[in-house]
Design a protein around this ligand. Structure first.
Ligand SMILES: [Zn+2]
Ligand SMILES: [Zn+2]
Length: 130
């Protein structure tokens, strides 16, 4: 699958038994529908975080195309304060997170149980430097 942001070929990484597509060029992450829920499984604030994925029709950020159906994705606000702007395929294929965005979201719902995911995300970002 090609990165919707920089068109590089993405690599598949396994995070908590969830296969995610990661671009080692721009460090973006693609999650298929439902994978976000799996990653946030142990979080108390999970529902809060997911409900916060409101669409932002006024965004002027460049629209990216869904790597699966190639249609333009919509901008959605995520995170507890809705400060993170992610891309969402309105056909329901999945979500795109620019560099660091997924980490920010996971971090906001941080609980002791969640350190494993945080560690994995840390390692993933170090992957590029090796
Ligand atoms: Zn990329
Ligand atoms: Zn799509």
């Amino acid at each position: 699958m090609k990165c919707p942001h920089c068109k590089s070929k993405m690599i598949v990484l396994e995070l908590k038994q969830v296969e995610i597509d990661y671009c080692s060029q721009c460090e973006g992450i693609w999650l298929d529908t439902g994978e976000m829920e799996l990653l946030l499984e142990s979080l108390e604030k999970r529902d809060l975080l997911l409900v916060s994925f409101r669409l932002d029709p006024l965004s002027t950020e460049k629209k990216l195309r869904c790597p699966i159906c190639r249609k333009k994705m919509q901008k959605a606000m995520a995170g507890l304060d809705s400060a993170i702007l992610i891309d969402k395929c309105h056909r329901g294929h999945g979500l795109w997170f620019d560099k660091g965005e997924l980490r920010q979201i996971v971090e906001q719902g941080s609980s002791p149980m969640n350190h494993e995911i945080m560690d994995l995300l840390e390692n993933m970002f170090e992957y590029k430097l090796k």
